[in-house]
Design a binder for this molecule. Structure first.
Ligand SMILES: [Mg+2]
Length: 276
């Protein structure tokens, strides 16, 4: 129990399988891609919205902040907001429609979204600012930033890494979706991330490696983080396209939408819970 006597971590509110189903349904209905990226972070978002993020109402200024730096996975965020009861089904069904607030990338006009993202490499700077702001205001709120592994190729991200270490922002948690691939290739071929834990460690961060498809393990890792000291990074090992066998590890599914047959097969796999 927390100080208010309420359960500190509710029962799993956002079920990963339900979230994956929404990702498939909506991307098929809208005929858009970024499916593999959304599936890659489905378990991380399920963990965040099933108790890690402390908030009662998304408008509460004392709520934890969440920045989806890899904004192209916005559909996973919309699905989590829906399953958490913050986004109704009718609005969810406007995804990528004319005039909808639910675009391929998130924007703060939508209740529950704090920051617009999608121009990659900037989310950690936003999170560092949010964390420093909380400290200056004497608030215990935290900032969580979900970044893609390929965003680590952006120089701006390492500026934020240095800034956060300098200010010892222990209320900042970066989660890296470490799936080893990006829009047009595998990170090992495009820009290697070998030795990634040591890279963060050498910049003064508190480094943890976690299974990015194990929500309970992610929750435990966050619970164990020190409330003082340096900023934290969870290097979450993930599989791009996780849960749909023919999408897993395939570059094709960064941008491509599904055919009717692919949709049928994907939905059947997710419904059966295979690969999760
Ligand atoms: Mg990636």
């Amino acid at each position: 129990l927390n100080a208010s006597g309420k359960p500190a971590r509710p029962a799993e509110v956002v079920q990963p399988a339900a979230l994956r189903r929404i990702i498939l349904e909506q991307s098929k209905r809208a005929n858009v891609g970024h499916i593999g990226s959304a599936l890659s972070v489905a378990d991380i978002l399920a963990a965040l919205y099933s108790g890690i993020l402390r908030f009662e109402e998304p408008d509460d200024p004392e709520r934890d902040r969440f920045i989806l730096s890899k904004g192209h996975a916005a559909l996973a965020l919309y699905g989590a907001l829906h399953l958490r009861g913050l986004l109704d089904a009718g609005t969810l069904d406007t995804y990528c429609g004319d005039g909808s607030l639910l675009g391929v990338h998130p924007e703060p006009a939508l209740r529950g979204v704090d920051f617009a993202t999608g121009s990659l490499g900037h989310g950690l700077s936003i999170g560092a600012g949010a964390a420093l702001g909380a400290r200056l205001q004497g608030s215990s709120r935290r900032a969580f930033v979900l970044v893609s592994d390929a965003e680590l190729g952006e120089g701006s991200l390492w500026e934020a890494v240095m800034f956060a270490a300098h200010h010892r922002l222990s209320n900042l948690v970066a989660i890296v979706d470490w799936n080893g691939q990006q829009a047009l290739g595998y990170t090992e071929d495009v820009l290697s991330l070998r030795g990634l834990p040591d890279r963060f460690g050498s910049f003064g961060w508190d480094v943890h490696e976690v299974d990015g498809h194990h929500p309970a393990a992610i929750g435990r890792a966050v619970d164990a983080l020190s409330v003082d000291g340096p900023p934290h990074v969870l290097l979450a090992r993930t599989t791009f396209g996780k849960g749909v066998s023919f999408m897993e590890g395939k570059i094709h599914w960064h941008y491509w939408p599904m055919s009717d047959e692919e949709y049928r097969r994907a939905l059947a796999e997710v419904s059966a819970g295979s690969g999760t």
